[in-house]
Design a protein around this ligand. Structure first.
Ligand code: ADP
Ligand code: ASP
Ligand code: MG
Length: 402
């Protein structure tokens, strides 16, 4: 007998038939004698629809009210799934975030789960299946909060940690974690086992199959995760501590995202402290700067500084730069039609020439690199958005992942 957390994503509970199908998957595990907590997402598309509804009231809709609104998506699925389980004679009960309660800290729409009261659910799972909402909680002031898009994965890991579960299974609409998005790169291969570090890089760099903060918490508390399909019985992917993984390949996966924008300040005075003067107010405004490139100009007195930020922060960044009295520059340009393409692999550490191989492959396809960033196990480039899929396919092939 095991204590299990099972999480079902939006597509998995996207229709009534699918909810009924999910109930059968749960029954299989429950009948085998396991204690089960089920974490659900909102039905596919519902969170986006709710966001659109809020925008039809106001573009700057109150974040407090947005949390109240968005949390309803998962509440609906909780009730429907608990009802579907009862219908097939399984004792089941849904809980809303405040009934547990799931305690969060942080800002509206961007909170994190810090604790929860485990006693009621721990008692209940001795006699039935507990169905709980992902993506949300309640602050110590009693406010409903949400924890960021894709957050039901993080909820599942938080439940696994706080309930001391033996396993945490993330059921989704693909067979597991692939070497790249299988819906865009059909030759991508399923990965049987992947380390926390590699998965964390892949998901932070765009592989949305599992949310990065979920991987981070799992890594911190050494909670192994299984990612598997709701629609097939195929074996999924295990995400776990990195020992015993085969590093014969330099690259494990290729990820991409279209969330970035690039800004260039042309003709900035080249003197000590200038970079600090540029980035200090951005830091204060909690704008996350990712890649930075500085070129020395031919007159040796001025320089061009290019950096990337999240696309959503572009307007605020430009406003801050325009109002910054401490810096002088000739011109400012921006480009939000860029993509970040990344290769990730723990094997990169011990394989020379990976950087050259990536740059050469992109150059051969006449894909211009606009910015570069590296860490021990990843290499990312910013390129024009229109080249994204070509670049991903090319890198997938030359690093022998097809
Ligand atoms: P859920 O609703 O179950 O949380 P998501 O839509 O958030 O599911 O994540 C699953 C999707 O992630 C897949 O349908 C796939 O298109 C996408 N994806 C992106 N990169 C990868 C990858 N490397 N491996 C598997 N899926 C990926
Ligand atoms: N429903 C939320 C979203 O779409 C959370 C989730 O599905 O993980 O972002
Ligand atoms: Mg998801």
């Amino acid at each position: 007998m095991m204590k299990k957390v099972l999480k079902f994503g939006g597509t998995s509970v996207g229709t009534i038939e699918r909810i009924q199908h999910v109930a059968k998957i749960i029954k299989r595990d429950y009948d085998a004698g396991n204690k089960i907590i089920v974490v659900v997402s909102a039905m596919a598309g519902q969170t986006n629809d709710l966001i659109q509804l809020s925008k039809s009231i106001a573009n700057d809709f109150s974040k407090r009210e947005l949390d109240v609104l968005l949390s309803t998506g998962e509440q609906i699925t909780c009730a429907l799934l608990a009802g579907a389980l009862k219908k097939i004679n399984i004792n089941a009960q849904s809980w809303l975030n405040w009934q547990i309660p799931i305690l969060t800290e942080g800002d509206h729409t961007n909170s994190r789960i810090v604790n929860m009261n485990v006693s009621k659910i721990n008692n209940f799972i001795n006699e039935g299946v507990a169905v709980v909402p992902g993506f949300q909680g309640i602050s110590k002031n009693g406010e409903i909060t949400t924890i960021g898009r894709g957050g039901s994965d993080a909820s599942a890991v938080a439940f696994a940690k706080l309930f001391n579960a033996d396993s945490c299974e993330i059921y989704t609409d693909v067979d597991g974690v692939f070497s790249s998005d299988p819906n865009k790169i059909p030759v991508a291969k399923k990965i049987d086992r992947i380390s926390y570090d590699e998965m964390l890089e892949l998901s932070s760099l765009g592989a949305k199959v599992i949310q990065s903060s979920a991987v981070q918490t799992a890594m911190m508390y050494n909670i192994p995760l299984q990612v598997r399909s709701t629609f097939t019985d195929r074996k999924g992917t295990t995400i776990f501590d990195h020992e015993n993984i085969d590093y014969s390949k330099s690259v494990t996966g290729v990820a991409y995202s279209k969330n970035d924008a690039k800004i260039t300040l042309i003709g900035v005075e080249d003197k000590p402290g200038i970079a600090a003067n540029i980035f200090e107010p951005l830091n204060k405004a909690q704008i996350n700067v990712d890649m930075v490139i500085q070129n020395i100009s031919s007159d040796q007195k001025t320089t061009d500084i290019t950096f990337t930020i999240k696309r959503d922060d572009l307007k605020m960044t430009k406003d801050i730069l325009n109002n910054n009295q401490k810096i002088k520059y000739k011109n400012i340009t921006h480009n939000d039609k860029v993509a970040k393409v990344s290769i990730v692999g723990a094997g990169m550490v011990s394989t020379p020439g990976v950087t050259y191989k990536m740059f050469k492959a992109l150059a051969d396809d006449k894909i211009n690199i606009l910015a570069i960033s590296t860490s021990e196990i990843k290499l990312s480039v910013i390129i024009d958005e229109e080249n994204t899929l070509n670049a991903v396919k090319k890198l997938h092939t030359i690093f022998e992942l097809d």
